[in-house]
Design a protein around this ligand. Structure first.
Ligand code: FES
Length: 313
């Protein structure tokens, strides 16, 4: 049994809190059902399992929030629905679109009021009726920059392909803790990403350099081929200007200027001992899960692993 606002909900064996709420026709948001999008937050005064709070902002954890899709309904006695202020929303307008690679674009949005955020955190962008999660990669003159890979037949991709300057978006968030948070400025950082998983890593890198991070920072960015490698000249320039930063683009297929192989394999071959490192992992879920496991086996502390796994949208 699960208590919700004085009402008792029966629980089926193996059912998540989210499934239980939906079955009882309680209105609750949801998205990925995989612990990534944080759409399904509810709160409790009990102790939710650690995995249901992984990646949440600390203030939400302190208030008992957890992802209802990541918790069995029989693990808790009572819950409450999320307050609306947990998901603040902002209206924003499209100011500019830059092409970064054949299928990768940067969308600059200007929110109507300031949004408190850290580069690398993600938000939900709603355009017309479609909503997707994107990481905040860049900030310039009050505008937020998002890297988007447009895919054939993706619902959001189809809309964004035709988005016009001034187009009206709703931004909800920010969410997640995938942002620069080294325990000291000397701590070594490893950033590993694939495709537009570069977006949060680029934000984290910029924040780290801006904060005067002096420990080594290594960025491994992977793509299937050269068409997926973007912001290369900006990153090479940063590596020239900051001796503690190294940038390694890698592609699955052999191409002269890039290392061949996955960013997971190549980074771990270069850095086999990750003791003391903070590791940030962003990109496709299979790559992220593999890197998380291997980084832990290579000595990284679980508390020092940060991930934002999103599927192409
Ligand atoms: S639905 Fe995405 S985290 Fe629960």
């Amino acid at each position: 049994m699960l208590l919700l606002a004085g009402e008792t909900l029966d629980v089926l064996p193996g059912e998540t809190v989210l499934d239980c709420l939906v079955r009882h026709q309680v209105e609750v948001k949801s998205g990925c059902k995989a612990g990534a999008c944080q759409s399904c937050l509810v709160r409790t005064n009990n102790v939710p399992p650690a995995k249901s709070q992984k990646g949440l902002r600390q203030d939400l954890i302190d208030r008992g929030y957890f992802m209802s899709c990541q918790c069995s309904a029989d693990e808790l006695a009572e819950i409450e629905l999320a307050d609306t202020e947990v998901f603040p929303s902002y209206e924003a307008n499209l100011i500019q679109v830059d092409q970064l690679a054949p299928n990768i674009f940067r969308y600059w949005l200007s929110p109507e009021s300031p949004i408190p955020f850290r580069l690398g955190q993600f938000v939900k962008l709603k355009y017309h009726a479609v909503e997707r999660c994107y990481s905040i990669a860049e900030e310039r003159d009050g505008m937020l920059g998002f890297h988007v890979r447009l895919i054939e037949d993706g619902a959001m991709s189809l809309l964004l392909r035709h988005a016009k300057q001034g187009g009206s978006f709703t931004i909800t968030g920010p969410l997640g803790n995938c942002s620069y948070q080294a325990k000291s400025k000397e701590q070594p950082l490893l950033l590993v990403g694939s495709s537009t998983g570069l977006a949060p890593l680029y934000g984290i890198l910029k924040d780290a350099l801006c904060a005067g991070h002096s420990g080594p920072i290594a960025l491994y960015h992977g793509a299937a081929d050269a068409t997926g490698i973007y912001l290369q000249s900006e990153l090479l320039q940063l590596a020239d200007n900051h001796p503690n930063f190294s940038y390694v683009p890698c592609t699955d297929v052999e191409q002269d200027e890039f290392r061949t192989g996955s960013p997971v394999t190549i980074s771990l071959s270069d850095l086999p001992d990750l003791t003391g490192y903070q590791v940030y992992i962003c990109g496709n879920p299979a790559m992220s899960r593999a890197m998380q496991k291997k980084a832990f086996l290579a000595g990284a502390n679980l508390a020092d692993l940060f991930m934002d796994p999103f599927e192409a949208q």
